[in-house]
Design a protein around this ligand. Structure first.
Ligand code: BES
Ligand code: MN
Ligand code: ZN
Length: 494
């Protein structure tokens, strides 16, 4: 989608969208687009329609030549970045609903759209465009019948053309990276597996100035990453740890982003029920998110000091698979009783968190993982779980979250929860007693591998990385939840 910020109303656009706080005041634009007479008629239709958030009306259909949609932008005093991006998503939905029977001509050439609004925000058009980009993503590469239509050109009537252009360049890179993450998560596990992620990242990231280091099985063995390797040992897929470095400013805090990259989680010998097991192709979403975030930061040349490290494995049952009851020694010497092979994410993350902590000594470690089904019991699909040893880091994450609209909620990590993962025969075990609080015991397990002087946060995205119904900024499937949040955090930090 080509986004053009302009100061005039193009006459050759097919769809005109007018977003207003008070729809009855769309008159000015209507007059310019369709002339006095129609404008009067339309505004009389609109007169009793007040602002209603994201409610859209087709007010003018000029055969095959022109459509006009008026959409409510919500209450004036509640406008912020997140709400404007959502408005962009609603605009996209209104356009695509209204174009159910769009003419062949327009479908083939893509639709040219003009957006104007009276939203009182200096960069509303850049954020509307970003919302439209995010919402318009579809994963249809395996379908013969492709998406209904594409927006070829989006024209926005802007008062701050240069500002909007500059901001949208950045937002556009972020959207692209969110879609990079969504692609990785949507792809099935026979296409996206450890090797293919390594190949994709090593070829694509070098061009962005990101240094990529690959640890293979032998190197991980030599390092003592036996917790991660134990998970991988039932699968025929080669496991990897990928470490990406993007450093443009050594003077700012080094932030390490660590992602769970289980490309398929069958549960292993503690096998999962077959219902919905297919969703476990998305168990690498955490790694997708941290890779997407560093990709966006590099594309935007953000001044920062960021490491993104991902542990890539497949968790399968087989004759070589790890058994419940096995004991493995993690890279930091901790012995772990593997009580349940389906609690594999924490085993992978334990080694990667330790490795990154020891090797790069970051001030901050943030791990992102589809770690527990229990987070869905606690928070449902709206909020991701946040766990941390540091109030200041939580505050920074929460303010980034309210900017981007990716909601996170902090849960406790009180030391009392740690006794749940005490083992009879090893230092710790990988599951709690099963008496509730499963997301917290998982977080306590991870915290064990973080040195006390490192600020650490863990974001459990098990129920937010994937949606079964459309959301305001994504359609069914992978959401890319977390990419924009991490970018925002790092950007504010720099
Ligand atoms: N990948 C799953 C968590 C998950 C569940 C992600 C549902 C997305 C949707 C994780 O590896 C897992 O299996 N966790 C177990 C832990 C249990 C064995 C302690 C779980 O949540 O059941
Ligand atoms: Mn599992
Ligand atoms: Zn898993």
């Amino acid at each position: 989608m080509n986004v053009i910020f302009c100061d005039t109303i193009p006459s050759d656009a097919y769809i005109y969208v007018i977003a207003n706080h008070d729809i009855s005041r769309a008159n000015d634009y209507l007059q310019k687009i369709c002339g006095d007479e129609y404008a009067k008629h339309i505004s009389s239709l609109c007169s009793d329609i007040k602002y209603k958030e994201h409610k859209a009306f087709d007010v003018y259909l000029d055969g095959d030549a022109k459509k006009i949609i008026v959409i409510g932008a919500g209450e004036k005093n509640k406008v912020n970045r997140a709400s404007i991006e959502k408005l962009g998503g609603a605009i996209y939905t209104a356009i695509s609903d209204s174009c159910g029977n769009i003419s062949k001509k327009h479908k083939e050439c893509g639709v040219k759209i003009f957006v104007s609004s009276d939203i009182d925000h200096p960069n509303s058009y850049a954020y509307i465009s970003s919302g439209i980009s995010l919402k318009s993503y579809v994963f249809d590469k395996y379908k013969k019948e492709k998406a209904k239509f594409t927006i070829s050109e989006l024209h926005c009537k802007s008062e701050n053309i240069d500002d909007d252009k500059c901001l949208y360049n950045k937002l556009g890179n972020i959207c692209e990276s969110v879609n990079f993450t969504r692609d990785l998560v949507n792809e099935p596990a026979n296409v996206v597996f450890p090797q293919t992620i390594v190949d994709k990242v090593t070829t694509e990231f070098n061009q962005l100035g990101i240094k990529v280091q690959v640890l293979g099985r032998q190197q991980m063995k030599d390092l003592g990453m036996n917790a991660l390797l134990g998970v991988a040992q039932g699968s025929s897929m080669e496991p990897y740890t990928l470490v990406c470095e993007y450093v443009t400013d050594e003077s700012v805090d080094k932030i390490a982003l660590v992602g769970k990259g289980v490309t398929f989680d069958s549960g292993g010998i503690s096998i999962k029920p077959s219902n919905n097991m297919a969703e476990m192709k998305g168990d690498m979403a955490g790694s997708g998110v941290v890779l997407g975030a560093i990709r966006a930061l590099a594309a935007n040349k953000t001044k920062c000091n960021v490491i993104a490290a991902v542990g890539l494995v497949e968790n399968m049952p087989s004759g070589t698979a790890q058994r419940p009851g096995d004991v493995v020694t993690a890279i930091d010497g901790t012995t772990i009783e593997v009580d349940n092979t389906d609690a594999e994410g924490r085993l992978v993350l334990a080694d990667v968190i330790s490795y990154v902590g020891k090797t790069y000594k970051p001030a901050v470690i943030i791990d992102v993982a589809t770690l527990t089904g229990a987070i869905g019991v606690a928070l449902g699909k709206e909020y991701a779980g946040l766990f941390s040893n540091d109030d200041d880091l939580c505050n920074r994450l929460c303010s980034a979250s309210s900017e981007t609209g990716e909601k996170i909620w902090r849960l406790p990590t009180h030391e009392a929860y740690a006794k749940d993962i005490k083992s009879n025969i090893a230092d710790i075990k990988n599951v709690g007693s099963g008496n509730g609080g499963g997301s917290i015991t998982a977080a306590k397990f991870l915290e064990h591998f973080v040195t006390k002087d490192t600020k650490w946060a863990h974001i459990d995205i098990a129920y937010t990385e994937w949606c079964t119904a459309d959301l305001s900024l994504s359609q069914r499937g992978a959401t890319g939840f977390g990419v924009r949040l991490l970018c925002e955090l790092v950007e504010k930090n720099s």
